[in-house]
Design a protein around this ligand. Structure first.
Ligand SMILES: Cc1cc2nc3c(=O)[nH]c(=O)nc-3n(C[C@H](O)[C@H](O)[C@H](O)COP(=O)(O)OP(=O)(O)OC[C@H]3O[C@@H](n4cnc5c(N)ncnc54)[C@H](O)[C@@H]3O)c2cc1C
Length: 366
């Protein structure tokens, strides 16, 4: 009898772990397809943009000894009837089961001028472009007060003390944080000289800055757009059920509701728990749900993943951070960690993700 063929598309945080776990636990022949031959530490891309070096992580090294095969190529389409993944170059790759893990990218379509003038930190190439642009910059406006915008503004300001950095957010700063957490953000931005513009809706991006809905402008020779991530259109184009954001709609075992031989994980999946909680795009949600998906594939689990949030870990440069502790549903409680100890905590979490990618494990209980 020939072994079942599992193809994983996307070798980010979830796809790489899924391929390694599936190779170990399912007995299937596993092929991992990724656009590049390197693993990208996406949660450090604001560090790369600010001029720091990231370690080189070849996927072949990370897969060594696992039995999973790597194909470097860009997925162009999926044919769910023929059960084939189609690449820009090369022969189609047939599957019995497909794990869809293509992640997300920056959304520059919502506001006029953003696609032409804004930079992002969503991919390695994006972050490298921003790093190059910053060498000739004096003023930077970071748009978006979510975790990515906060981390990017702090990192850029700390790494480039001569740069004038603004953070422009459509709502109040720290909308998802406790009062103590928000106070800490304001304190750190004050120390770093970041000018915070709250409740400021950007209606246009220009070469020389931003236009706000109230008619005001923010001068910036570089605009960093962090307000929103979108997913590839490949799932929708292939005919899979997707939500309004284009993410693949999955059941409690992370199987596509329209094509149960396809499993979606990470940012590309619309995951709703049995209790109704919709999971946000994050490693914090992607890694445990990936473990669950492989446990189901390996016949070790059924039903919904047992998942709860614990904290939000926000870097504020290399010497400060905010760890906001949260309830199971991600709503903030009053407890926070801040300062150097929080920076150590955050760094340990980020290093922990790479340790997991090197040696992924399946929990023994659900
Ligand atoms: C700057 C930044 C900081 C962040 N910080 C945090 C944090 O502190 N904590 C946290 O939990 N989350 C954080 N996130 C979010 C986190 O990085 C994502 O949720 C996570 O990367 C999602 O994992 P994934 O496997 O779904 O996708 P990714 O890690 O993005 O991987 C997707 C993979 O698919 C490949 N790919 C895409 N399209 C194709 C194609 N057509 N063909 C072939 N390959 C393709 C990509 O090259 C990539 O290797 C951060 C994100 C950013 C941008």
């Amino acid at each position: 009898m020939t072994a079942e063929k599992i193809v994983v598309v996307g070798a980010g945080y979830t796809g790489l772990a899924a391929a390694k776990l599936a190779a170990k636990w399912t007995g299937a022949e596993v092929t991992l397809v990724n656009a590049s031959d390197r693993f990208v530490e996406r949660v450090r891309l604001h560090q790369l943009a600010s001029g720091q070096r990231l370690r080189d992580l070849p996927l072949r090294d990370l897969l060594a000894g696992t039995g999973a095969r790597l194909v470097v190529g860009r997925v162009r389409a999926i044919d769910p009837d023929a059960r084939e993944v189609l690449l820009d170059d090369g022969a189609p790759i047939g599957y019995d089961k497909l794990i869809y893990a293509l992640g997300s990218h920056a959304n520059l379509d919502g506001v006029p001028g953003a696609a032409e003038h804004a930079y992002t930190v969503a991919s390695r190439a994006d972050a490298e472009r921003l790093r190059a642009k910053l060498s000739g910059s004096r003023t930077v406006a970071v748009v978006g007060g979510g975790l990515t915008g906060v981390e990017a503004a702090a990192e850029l300001a700390e790494a480039h003390p001569g740069l004038k950095v603004s953070l422009v957010t459509g709502g109040p700063l720290g909308a998802a944080l406790s009062e103590r957490g928000t106070r800490h953000l304001h304190r750190v931005f004050g120390r770093l000289g970041v000018d915070v513009r709250e409740n400021a809706k950007v209606i246009e991006v220009r070469a020389d800055g931003l236009v706000l809905a109230d008619g005001d402008t923010v001068e910036a020779d570089t605009v960093v757009w962090t307000a929103g991530f979108v997913v590839s259109s490949i799932a929708a184009e292939a005919g899979f059920d997707v939500d309004a954001a284009g993410r693949m709609v999955v059941d409690e075992a992370l199987r596509s509701v329209s094509h149960p031989d396809v499993i979606a994980i990470g940012d590309a999946a619309a995951i709703r728990l049995a209790n109704g909680l919709e999971l946000r795009m994050a490693c914090a949600t992607g890694l445990p749900t990936t473990q669950h998906a492989v446990r189901v594939l390996a016949g070790k689990a059924t039903g919904s993943p047992r998942f709860r949030y614990f904290n939000q870990c926000i870097s504020l440069g290399r010497r400060d951070a905010l760890i906001q502790f949260v309830r199971a549903d991600d709503s903030p409680v009053d407890a926070v960690l801040k300062g150097r100890i929080a920076a150590f905590y955050k760094e340990a979490v980020v290093r922990g993700t790479i340790l997991f990618e090197r040696h992924p494990v399946l929990p023994t209980s659900p």
